[in-house]
Design a binder for this molecule. Sequence first.
Ligand code: FES
Ligand SMILES: [Fe+2]
Length: 366
Amino acid sequence: MGNRAIELTEIPASYRIPAEAYYDEAWLEKEKRNIFGRSWLYAGLESELPEPGCYKTVSVGLDNLIVVQDGEGELNAFHNICRHRGTRLVSAEGKCASFVCPYHKWGWGLDGRLRGIPKNEQFEDLDPAELGLHKASIVNWMGLLFVHSDETPSLSFEQWSLGLADELSVFKVDELQVLRQESFTFDANWKLYIENHVDWLHLWYVHPKTLGSLTHDHDQVMHFGSSFVSYDRVKPKYAEAAAAANPLPELPHLKAEDQRFSETGAHFLFPNLPIFTGSSFFAITELVPLSPSKTQMNVTLLGLPGGNVDIFMKGFKEITKDEDATIIASIQENVRSTRYKVGPIAHTYEKAISNFHDHYLDLIEG
Ligand code: FES
Ligand SMILES: [Fe+2]
């Protein structure tokens, strides 16, 4: 394993996010401002913006952004807010030559520069150079787009994703195709899903059948700051059957790489992006909080064509939806209980929860 991983054994594991963070509306507002508003967030695929003028809108905490390919083929991110009186400029996705506000028709180029103001004699003292669209930040990582609400974030995407982006670059996501995009909702706070995603302890008990062919050896887990990478080997006696039952074509470029990349991988990019990998796929599962107790998961499955995607997705959702999302919903039912308090947590197998809390609390408290 790489030597960039951080050793966490000196820090005691603890569960520190308070109960109200799992049910309180005002807390979710604070998360939108301080967690989502200060993070690099997944914003979709480069292939969604194939030509100049193609744009899509994304929410980043309290902010609405436009992501657009400009006339030079560059990707830009702007705040989706009119500099006159704050109207939302565009919604959903589309293609345009400029952004024109529907209210009083101020217009901006795809580079965000103010181009025109009707009845401009009404605005004599105005300096167009000062009224460009507010800039946000965008990065294209292997065809995956990440945005940040600030024009100059305190951490670059490279710093934010630390070793995770390097580690997962062998998957060459930009050479893969979108095999399926699907969303589902579940009745639990988004953080409970993250905590479950990084929890090694539950593998034996929540997934005895679906992941029962894996060893659950804990020797291929790496923490990179707030990110997390892990791989779980198949038990030798199941290896042949597992390979034969794989419904998707293998990714040939993984053959030359370390064996771990072909095992079952579960990774995490703070704050809301679990990623799953295997010998034949790369799956992004973005979590969007709809309310403190309801979360949407947007699954994007990338791989190579020619397999049976329905069978793959059935197995994938059995794990993520029927098993994981169901067990955490039964915690959600108890977070307002007078007896709700997290007890001792496992010093190794639940350590990553503690790590998640560290980074979460750093940000939420500003
Ligand atoms: S609010 Fe946009 S032009 Fe007036
Ligand atoms: Fe799980």
